[in-house]
Design a protein around this ligand. Structure first.
Ligand code: CMP
Length: 140
């Protein structure tokens, strides 16, 4: 089925000037960009986004990294977009990510792992609604 999923290019990948390379990998794999914006997240917004990780020891570090510079927020659309995006990203820890994946190429460590992608259709809906108004997402 055609799905929409949420993607973030994280501050470390933005610093590497890697937007074009990362978007090219999505497009080369059949995903389309249905919405995009570049912004600096507030700590409140990052904390709300990562609410499920609030009790983790790395939560503070995660929020401070995610607010450390601009990010690019996107809606990716395509056949099986949620799983396809996860395959293109590779494993959470760049050391474990398959060669050729985004995290293998642009990740620095498990925290600074270049990109976020929704883990399910349900998460995608919640995450997209946090960052985009309905009218900002196009049916591409
Ligand atoms: P993401 O897909 O954005 O969702 C949760 C994030 O928590 C994850 O990517 C990692 O960047 C981060 N994370 C997971 N485990 C750790 C860890 N042990 N230390 C720091 N950050 C982590």
């Amino acid at each position: 089925a055609i799905e929409q999923t949420f993607s973030i290019i994280k501050p470390n990948a933005m610093k590497k000037n890697a937007i074009g390379d990362i978007v090219s990998m999505f497009e080369a794999n059949g995903l389309k960009i249905a919405a995009a914006k570049i912004t600096v997240l507030t700590a409140d917004k990052a904390g709300e986004f990562y609410a499920e990780h609030k009790a983790r020891p790395f939560f503070g570090e995660l929020v401070s990294f995610m607010t450390s510079g601009p990010v690019m927020l996107m809606c990716l659309q395509g056949e099986g977009a949620v799983l396809k995006n996860r395959e293109i990203m590779g494993a959470t820890d760049p050391k474990k990510a398959n060669a050729g994946t985004i995290r293998s190429k642009f990740g620095d460590n498990v925290g600074e792992n270049a990109v976020h992608g929704s883990d399910s259709v349900e998460s995608a809906a919640r995450e997209l609604a946090l960052f985009f108004e309905k009218h900002e997402i196009c049916n591409v």
